[in-house]
Design a protein around this ligand. Structure first.
Ligand code: B12
Length: 216
């Protein structure tokens, strides 16, 4: 059996080295079997993607490599999900989650949503490229407490503002709290568009959503 720090490094490397054999499922299963800290495994996957992002930026990697790495990281996270989630019979609140219209990135959203489920929220994940109307229908259908929106694309930031505007138009803004996140999103931007919270790390997102529920 591979020892813990080596296994973590192998997971990270397997996300980065797209020419190597895809061993992500085997490696993540090994980590699970060793009762490894789930947060450390997620960090290894995220840190691998971060390096890949830098390689893409410096033009050493192309879109095809991004796709392979993204796919590997996602498979790893999917395997971890059941270990993050706890029993949901006593839930804290209902959250509608999605990547905004125009954006197909969903790894960060998947991580945060898994952690929120683990913390005791019910999360309705609408997937990617979610339009304002789809967010609104889901909020009404599920009588949601929180709307969580994600984007990784600078070009999609304005879509978050649009969704909040539509919530106001529909008279829903006082009913639902809004949290936003994703790489180009900042606290300043969240304030500017009138969101209630911003978070980057999973633990921050959990704390922020707990606070939002208390404020309701
Ligand atoms: C993997 C990846 C892809 C994969 C996505 C696979 C998938 N299923 O998601 C693929 C190959 C499909 C892809 C496509 C594209 N990509 Co891309 N991609 C990446 C990459 C390498 C990693 C993204 C990622 O998953 N990171 C790991 C996660 C864990 O981090 P995260 O999303 O930031 O999430 C964290 C926080 O932000 C937070 N969070 C996220 N969402 C939310 C929401 C809430 C509510 C909260 C509280 C928190 C939160 O939680 C996470 C944990 O802390 C990044 C580079 C990078 N370093 O980020 C580029 C990157 C995001 N992509 C980029 C681009 C340009 C594209 C394309 C437009 C490329 C193209 N020319 O077609 C397309 C997008 C097409 C579209 N319409 O969306 C650019 C964006 C530039 C910009 N500023 O707009 C980046 C930054 C690469 C670069 N350096 O140029 N990409």
């Amino acid at each position: 059996m591979v020892e813990t720090p080596k296994l973590i490094e192998n997971i990270r490397e397997n996300v980065i080295d797209v020419d190597s054999e895809d061993q992500i499922e085997k490696l993540v299963k090994d980590a699970i079997n060793q009762n490894m800290d789930i947060v450390k495994v997620i960090d290894a996957l995220s840190s691998g993607l971060d390096t890949v992002g830098n390689l893409y930026e410096s033009k050493e990697y192309f879109l095809s490599e991004l796709l392979i790495s993204g796919d590997r990281a996602k498979k790893g996270i999917d395997l971890l999900k059941p270990f993050i989630a706890k029993e949901q019979d006593r839930f804290l609140g209902k959250i509608i989650f999605g990547s905004v219209k125009g954006d197909i990135h969903d790894i960060g959203k998947t991580i945060i949503s898994a952690f929120l489920i683990g913390a005791g929220f019910v999360v309705y994940d609408l997937g990617v490229e979610v339009t304002a109307d789809q967010f609104i229908s889901a909020i009404q259908e599920h009588d949601a407490d929180i709307l969580a929106m994600s984007t990784l694309l600078t070009s999609c930031l304005e879509e978050m503002r649009e969704v909040i505007k539509k919530l106001e138009e529909k008279g829903l803004r006082n009913k639902v709290k809004v949290i936003v996140g994703g790489r180009p999103v900042s606290k300043e931007f969240a304030d500017e568009i009138g969101a209630d919270a911003f978070a980057f790390y999973p633990q921050e997102a959990i704390q922020a959503c707990k606070k939002l529920i208390q404020k309701k």
